[in-house]
Design a protein around this ligand. Sequence first.
Ligand SMILES: Cc1cc2nc3c(=O)[nH]c(=O)nc-3n(C[C@H](O)[C@H](O)[C@H](O)COP(=O)(O)OP(=O)(O)OC[C@H]3O[C@@H](n4cnc5c(N)ncnc54)[C@H](O)[C@@H]3O)c2cc1C
Length: 392
Amino acid sequence: MTTTGRSVVAGAFTVDSSVFRHLSMACVVSMPPDSMSVNIDIHRIRGVFVERIEVAVIGGGQAGLATAHALIQQGLRPVVLEASDRPAGSWPRYYDSLTLFSPAPYSSLPGLPFEGDPERYPHRDEVVAYLTRYAGRLDAEVRTGTHAATVDSNADARGKGFTVSLTGGEQLSARAVVAASGTFGHPHLPALPGMDRFEGTALHAADYRSPEQFTGRRVVVVGAGNSAVQIAVELAGVSTVSLTSRQPARFAPQRILGRDMHFWLVHFGVDAAPIGRFLRTPPTQPVFDLGRYRTAIRSGAPDWRPLFNRLDGRKVTWSDGVTEEVDAIVPATGYRPNLPYLERLSVMGDHGRPQHREGISLAHDRLAFVGLEGQRSLSSNSLRGVAATPGG
Ligand SMILES: Cc1cc2nc3c(=O)[nH]c(=O)nc-3n(C[C@H](O)[C@H](O)[C@H](O)COP(=O)(O)OP(=O)(O)OC[C@H]3O[C@@H](n4cnc5c(N)ncnc54)[C@H](O)[C@@H]3O)c2cc1C
């Protein structure tokens, strides 16, 4: 069972990945033979208690849990640090109506199938329960309520490594660190003309849960991805909604020839093709649709419009010059890697994304990333992708 504090539990899984082989080599090479059998090793350095561990995995969501599983397969003893009170990633904080766009069999992590009708699209709460169960079966320590504030590189008698400082003052000395902290903690808000002067309600999709607070209001949803379309259609049930973006949303049929599209993506190898290294920025994902969303937009609830020219007070001026008052703006404009704790390691490149090769930091060869968008393949940041190729 995995709970607040420390616990160790048994499980058996099989995964392979170059990231974890690499970390395994790096750790073993620097490890004195007598420390092989020591799991928790606490020292006092300059008055601060420092616990020595092999690998710190920062983030207890699907990426961190799949990472822990893969590291165990490599013979390492990871410690998963999760800031929130349960090891279910950001899923508990996603909006209430959310169902997966990937059917159950395409939403499993290694070693634990997502049960039930293989044709169904599980609800958010099922994912929370599934990940919590998965964490409970891992033969790894998962420490909830444990926030990594900073990571610094260090060198001690064991060789190169990192000091992970926790909010609360404790420190961990780790031979390797895996950053698996997702993106949800770092909502992206592009420059929208006049957004700083908007006097109505502004709520990023990261903070949206359900439509009630918008009942009877005039709402503008900004974005063209899955969240933007899903939230706009949901809000249109209770309010007057416009969906707006620079380019209209691109739709992909959820089912083709009687099969969910994930069947075809896997069948033709598109899902796991290692094209990440050729992508400068990840491509925009299409909106998966059984037909409901396109029908709603065609019917005008919500309508789609090119991005507005400006906001001022409560007024929005559309691209055709028409001006009207609106009550709320909901930017559903995506996320960026949530890595503030790595600031001192200078690992970031352009566009708020870390520089890496196949998941290994270019600046520190014992620092790895898992679950970045487009890291290794188009599915690296999805449940099925992190499961198929936990190296990313
Ligand atoms: C609205 C939405 C819908 C999605 N739908 C699907 C879908 O249908 N199918 C699919 O496969 N994918 C989907 N995704 C994409 C992806 O699967 C999820 O975003 C998933 O939550 C990513 O998992 P993760 O483990 O990388 O990150 P997260 O789930 O964000 O987990 C990261 C964890 O790290 C913790 N953390 C962060 N910083 C620290 C720190 N400094 N110290 C300690 N802990 C820290 C956080 O508390 C969090 O628990 C969706 C994403 C969104 C936003």
